[in-house]
Design a protein around this ligand. Structure first.
Ligand code: KG4
Ligand code: ZN
Length: 316
């Protein structure tokens, strides 16, 4: 089959991401506009503002990736876009734009599930993992362990019963008075603190299954903070302990999933996959188990158009 050029469009939340992926030459260009500055004052994503900003950004970003790839609209063979899950208005901007452009260019429009984009994103790395593998999907909305036999062949092994790992990071950051977006800020502060000075639970560590529960952790953090109002260094210690708790549970269950499936390849995807403490724990754990772990490039951990273009290309 001749090489195909796929335009990818991601607009499910607060990042507008566009990318051009060529089935022969790989990722040619990708660009992301983050709306962090826009939502910062509100302490969270304001859906209406997000939708309006996607409209403003999408055409300039398209021009940018075309210029970066040194090509024009006429060379695009298909347009992949995030169909869901996400904010309805934000998704509509991407879907409406993609479907219209596909109609005008007379090429297929390919709706992509956002999580499938994340899941396949490690395959874009220089040394991609091979099927079958266990995927640990840790984003703002989902925490799942999956057995992935190939593109489109996903078996759920376990998932969170309540908050997602990223959500727990964000909510805990908020109650500690850290800025938005909370996850990366909490992680940064955790690096300066010491785990073990506060004591937090390791939810479901010994549950015997591959499920998670993170909603209790933020409450435990709140109780600790109430008992003894932490100063700046105390806050850092609390963050370090919180991060240690999440990392311990995530890595223990990911390793348990490898054991349960008999597989030796782990793949990590989603925003929390950018967390350095999690990466360190998984590096050590997989090495000890004689297994391998793959991550997406750091910039492809959080939402982006490249993973959508790639997932779309796999569907073609
Ligand atoms: O995959 P993603 O960009 O968006 C969703 O599809 O949800 O993930 C965003 C999540 C947020 O909850 C954010 O706080 C978290 O990933 N995150 C992190 C880090 N970077 C992003 N959590 C912990 N440590 C980080 N370094
Ligand atoms: Zn995402």
């Amino acid at each position: 089959m001749a090489d195909m050029l796929v335009l990818g469009i991601e607009s499910s939340c607060d990042e507008t991401g566009l990318a051009l992926y060529d089935t022969g030459r790989g990722l040619l260009a990708h660009a992301v506009h983050s709306q962090v500055d826009l939502h910062e004052a509100y302490g969270g994503v304001v859906p209406e503002l997000a939708s309006r900003d996607h409209i403003r950004r999408i055409v300039p970003l398209l021009r940018k990736v075309l210029a970066e790839a040194g090509t024009g609209l006429e060379t695009i063979d298909a347009i992949a876009y995030t169909a869901g899950p996400g904010l309805a208005g934000a998704l509509l901007v991407g879907a409406g734009f993609a479907e219209s452009l596909a109609l005008a260019l007379k090429v297929p429009a390919l709706p992509v599930h956002h999580l499938e984009g994340h899941l396949l994103s490690p395959l874009l790395s220089a040394d991609p993992p091979r099927f079958p593998f266990v995927a640990l999907l840790v984003s703002g909305g989902h925490t799942q362990l999956m057995r992935v036999a190939g593109v489109g062949q996903y078996a759920l092994l376990g998932e969170t019963l309540d908050d997602a790992a990223g959500e727990a990071f964000d909510k805990t950051a908020k109650l500690l008075g850290l800025g938005y977006p909370g996850g990366p800020q909490l992680a940064r502060l955790a690096e300066t603190g010491q785990a073990g000075r506060f004591s937090l639970p390791r939810p479901m560590l010994h549950s015997g299954d591959l499920n998670f529960s993170f909603s209790g952790l933020k409450t435990a953090v709140l109780m600790q903070a109430r008992k003894r109002t932490p100063g700046d260094s105390g806050k850092a210690d609390l963050c370090a302990e919180f991060q240690a708790a999440i990392v311990e549970v995530l890595s223990a269950k990911a390793l348990a999933a490898l054991k349960a499936t008999g597989l030796k390849q782990l793949v990590v995807a989603g925003g929390v996959g950018a967390n350095q403490a999690l990466r360190a724990a998984l590096d050590t754990g997989t090495q000890a188990a004689g297994a391998r772990v793959s991550y997406p490039e750091l910039e492809l951990c959080t939402d982006n158009g490249a993973m959508i273009a790639f997932a779309g290309a796999q569907k073609l």
